[in-house]
Design a protein around this ligand. Structure first.
Ligand code: PLP
Length: 389
C-alpha cells in the first residue's frame, strides 16, 4: 500500500478497508483492480544483478505473495508479514528462526495437535525441550519459565477446548523472563483479536482457516512488528523455502478481503448454535468463550471483539453417541479443518487430535467440535437438533 487507503488527513483506515486495500493498489501497468497472479518462478534482469522491481526468484519473493504479506501484516497491526505453504510451514519456520538446540519453550497443554506434534516429534530430537502448561494458570506459566526459555507459545482460544489465555499477562511473563510471546491467532482471526497490540512479539496463522475462509487453499502466515525478528523470519522463509505459491497467495488474499463480514456472521450463527446446545438434555458441557460461565469469558470479552465461530461440546452418553451425532448431521459436513463458509463437525479424539492420543494433551472422548459456517442459522440449529434427537 503506497498511501493509507480511505479519506485523507489524520483518519486511520479501519479493519475492512485495510483487508481490501493494504498491499493491493491497482496494478501500475494495466490498472487491474485485483492483484494479478504472478505465476512465474523467475524474473528477467535488465543487467546482471539489476532487477526491475526487486524480484529475482519466486522463493525469495513474488509480487502476489508480497500483496498478501502486506495485507495480513496490516490487519494484524504489524509492519512485517510472511506467507507460507501451510500453517505448519509457518510454525516450523518460526521455530527455526527463533530457537536453537538447547532452548526451552512453553506450549499450552491443549495446543493444536499438529503444533504439539511438531514440537514433540521434530523439535525435541533437534534439541529443544518443552513444558506443557494450562495457559489460563499464570502461576503455572511463571513456574514453568526457565533461564533457557526462549518462547512462550500461546494459542487462544485453543483447539479444540476453546480455553482462553490472557495475552497481555503472558507477554509480561515472557518478556520478564527474556522470552518471546508467539500467539497462534488462527481461531480468533485478526478481525476478532490483535495479539501484537496486546504485547505479543509474533502472530502465527493457519490461513487455511478463517483468513482464506473458503476451504479451498492451505496456507500459513507470520506477522511481527519487530525489525530484528522480521529479518530472521525473512532469512529463514527464503532459506527453508516453505513459502506460499502465487495462486495460493491470491486465493488467500481474496478470502481476506471478506474476513470482517464473514466473521460477524460466523459469530452470529455460533451464538444461535450455543443457545440450542446449552439448553439441550443430550448435551453435557458446552465450550464457548461467549458463555458467561466459561472460565476465560472475562478475558475473552476484554481482548476479543466477539467470541468466534468455533464451538465444542460433549454429549451425555459417551463416545459412541458423539460419533452418532457426527454421522447424522446433514448441513454440517463431517470433516477436519475449520473457518470456511460451510459448517463442519468432527470428533477431535479420533480425527484432528488422534495423533496426540496418549500424550500430555487430553481431549475428552465424547467431545464434538463444530466450525459454525455462514449458512442460515435456522438451518444449522435444525440440523443439530435433528442429529441430537
Ligand atoms: N494452528 C491451528 C490452531 C490450527 O488449527 C491448525 C490447523 O488445523 C494449524 C495451526 C496448522 O495449519 P495448517 O493445517 O494450515 O498447516
Amino acid at each position: 500500500m503506497t498511501d493509507a487507503p480511505g479519506p485523507r488527513g489524520a483518519h486511520l483506515p479501519g479493519f475492512a478497508t485495510l483487508a481490501i486495500h493494504a498491499g493491493q493498489d491497482p496494478d501500475p501497468l494495466t490498472g487491474a483492480v485485483a492483484v494479478p497472479i504472478y505465476q512465474t518462478s523467475t524474473f528477467a534482469q535488465d543487467e546482471v544483478g539489476s532487477t526491475r522491481a526487486g524480484y529475482d526468484y519466486s522463493r525469495a519473493g513474488n509480487p502476489t505473495r508480497t500483496a498478501l504479506e502486506q495485507a495480513i501484516a496490516a490487519v494484524e497491526g504489524g509492519r512485517y508479514g510472511y506467507a507460507f505453504a501451510s500453517g505448519m510451514a509457518a510454525a516450523d519456520t518460526y521455530v527455526r528462526a527463533v530457537l536453537r538446540p538447547g532452548d526451552h519453550l512453553i506450549i499450552p497443554d491443549d495446543a493444536y495437535g499438529g503444533s504439539f506434534r511438531l514440537i514433540d516429534k521434530i523439535c525435541v530430537p533437534w534439541g529443544l525441550t518443552y513444558t506443557t502448561v494450562p495457559l489460563g494458570d499464570l502461576d503455572a506459566v511463571r513456574a514453568a519459565m526457565r533461564p533457557s526459555t526462549r518462547v512462550l507459545w500461546c494459542e487462544t482460544p485453543t483447539n479444540p477446548l476453546l480455553s482462553v489465555a490472557d495475552i497481555a499477562a503472558l507477554a509480561t511473563i515472557a518478556h520478564d523472563g527474556g522470552a518471546q510471546l508467539l500467539v497462534d491467532n488462527t481461531f480468533a482471526s485478526p478481525y476478532l483479536q490483535q495479539p501484537l497490540a496486546l504485547g505479543a512479539d509474533a502472530v502465527l496463522h493457519s490461513t487455511t482457516k478463517y483468513v482464506g475462509g473458503h476451504s479451498d487453499v492451505i496456507g500459513g502466515a507470520l506477522v511481527t512488528d519487530d525489525a530484528g525478528l522480521a529479518e530472521q523470519l525473512a532469512f529463514h522463509s527464503k532459506s527453508m523455502g516453505a513459502v506460499a505459491g502465487p495462486f495460493d497467495a491470491w486465493l488467500t488474499l481474496r478470502g481476506l478481503k471478506t474476513l470482517a463480514v464473514r466473521m460477524d456472521r460466523h459469530c452470529d450463527n455460533a451464538e444461535q448454535v450455543v443457545e440450542l446446545l446449552t439448553g439441550h438434555p443430550r448435551v453435557g458441557r458446552v465450550y464457548y468463550p461467549g458463555l458467561p460461565d466459561h472460565p476465560g469469558h472475562d478475558i475473552a470479552a476484554r481482548q476479543m471483539r466477539r467470541f468466534g465461530g468455533m464451538v465444542s461440546f460433549t454429549v451425555r452418553d459417551g463416545q459412541e453417541e458423539a460419533l452418532k451425532v457426527c454421522r447424522r448431521t446433514r448441513v454440517f459436513t463431517l470433516g477436519e479443518s475449520l473457518g470456511g463458509v460451510e459448517s463442519l463437525i468432527e470428533h477431535p479424539g479420533l480425527m484432528t487430535h488422534a495423533s496426540v492420543a496418549g500424550s500430555a494433551l487430553q481431549v475428552p472422548a465424547d467431545l464434538i467440535r463444530l466450525s459454525v459456517g455462514i449458512e442460515d442459522a435456522d438451518d444449522l440449529v435444525a440440523d443439530l437438533r435433528d442429529a441430537l434427537d
